[in-house]
Design a binder for this molecule. Structure first.
Ligand code: F6P
Ligand code: MG
Length: 433
């Protein structure tokens, strides 16, 4: 559509897309090569020579990819046996037609080329003989969960008191707790391995204090509207489209626990990625590891919750689901076309909670909207159910801000859109059903 603002792209040198493709992505790939090298002994023990060959081939593919990026090559078709290959390659063709030439790293839409990079990393893994389940980011993700043990414990203990009070019928300010746990989950999105280039980025400060100290950093806050909506609908199905593993996932589980035990939600669906994505995103095995890690905890709160959460998953009160659409390059306004099943599944929900920066970019099509654009407008018709976003800003796109807000903040912090310090909580009720 000619009337829409253009997608973000590294061809705009002053945008965050440019340093991302020039430096951040190559450094993420360099780190993968390091990891494979360090894993050699361990892999050799477990898988023998074949494992070593696979590691070498992953490292080779990844450094070739790094070179393609750094020299601004054209994107090439994906070649492996994953069932999503056709989708990716058809889209490459479609982009070639749209752009008038084959997509290139420093020319094409940022969202598309960045997603493509993670798919290429997966291609390297898919083409292995014994390491087809290998996760090049596993170590980093696990370490960041372990490094967040202390704030995790604080949060678990707090939630333990809250849920016990709920159970014993004590009168509580549910609205206040709702807003608090949503904000804990919001700020959980600050922890991110891709923005720090893999540098230490675990949760350090107390997650509950943070809610108070950071509230001025929320650029738009629709919590009141979300609360009214959920209260009226309760008990209802809530879907959380997950972002990162580590502390962020802990905060999402805690939010889910609160919604369930307060009976605001009757069911929670967790949506996750089917292969490693944007360094820290949650896969099935990250989800499982989080539970395993909790089982080893000495804390009463943590061990009770983990038992309860397993029961919830077994009984279907909670569901963990993956879908290849989440690891596709499409903005969400194209979900209906490319993944009608997922779209109709989401439309069974009463509230979709989209976590994090990438989900936000996909919601608004990663276009350079003026920040005061209506949030609904920027969704471009994506409305399977009422939805909200809990996102800290790590890319230079935002909508839904009131007139003049962006200019004011810009004076205060020129990196406000990319440093993960600022956030938005936005709600779109969409079409009434
Ligand atoms: O690299 C692009 C980007 O959107 C960053 O701006 C951000 O660091 C990262 O991907 C993903 O962030 P999140 O985990 O919050 O989606
Ligand atoms: Mg992420």
């Amino acid at each position: 559509d000619e009337n829409l603002p253009p997608p973000l792209s590294a061809r705009f040198k002053e945008s965050f897309a440019y340093p991302t493709i020039k430096e951040r992505l190559p450094s993420i790939l360099a780190k993968i090569a390091d990891t494979t090298f360090r894993n050699k002994v361990q892999i050799k023990e477990k898988y023998g020579e074949d494992g070593c060959e696979d590691l070498k081939s992953i490292a080779g593919c990844v450094s070739k990819l790094r070179n393609e990026i750094m020299t601004g090559k054209k994107l090439i078709p994906i070649q492996d046996k994953r069932s999503d290959v056709k989708t990716w390659n058809d889209y490459l063709d479609e982009m070639t037609v749209n752009e008038g030439s084959t997509p290139q790293w420093f020319v094409s839409p940022w969202l598309y080329v960045e997603c493509y990079m993670y798919r290429r990393v997966q291609e390297a893994v898919e083409n292995c003989s014994v390491l087809r389940q290998y996760d090049v980011f596993m170590e980093q993700k696990r370490q960041s969960l372990i490094d967040s043990d202390q704030p995790t414990l604080i949060l678990m203990n707090y939630l333990f008191t809250v849920t016990n009070d709920i159970q014993s019928g004590k009168s509580l300010d549910i609205q206040k707790l709702f807003k608090q746990l949503i904000q804990v989950s919001l700020w959980g999105n600050k922890c991110d391995l891709s923005i720090s280039g893999g540098a230490d980025n675990a949760q350090k400060s107390c997650p509950l204090d943070q809610v108070n100290t950071l509230c001025d950093f929320i650029l738009r806050d629709d919590l009141d509207k979300i609360w009214q909506y959920v209260r009226d609908k309760a008990p209802c199905r809530v879907d959380i489209v997950l972002d990162n593993a580590g502390f962020e996932l802990v905060t999402d589980l805690c939010l889910a626990e609160f919604l369930t035990s307060s009976k605001l939600a009757s069911q929670i669906y967790f949506h996750a990625k089917s292969f490693p994505w944007f360094v820290s995103d949650v896969t099935q095995s990250d989800f499982d590891f989080t539970f395993q890690h909790f089982m080893q905890s000495n804390s009463l709160a943590t061990s009770q919750f983990v038992t309860q959460w397993k029961n919830r998953l077994d009984s279907g009160t909670w569901k963990f689901v993956v879908n290849d659409f989440w690891t596709s390059p499409f903005p969400y306004c194209e979900m209906r076309k490319h993944s009608p099943d997922l779209y109709s599944e989401l439309s069974n929900s009463s509230l979709l909670i989209f976590k994090g920066d990438l989900n936000y970019r996909k919601l608004v099509g990663d276009r350079s909207w003026p920040p005061s654009t209506d949030f609904d407008t920027s969704l471009q018709g994506f409305s399977p159910a009422p939805l909200c976003t809990l996102r800290t800003l790590k890319a230079d796109v935002v909508t839904g801000l009131c007139e003049g807000k962006a200019e004011t903040i810009e004076k205060q912090d020129k990196n406000w859109m990319i440093n993960g310090q600022w956030a938005v909580i936005e709600f779109a009720e969409g079409m009434k059903k």
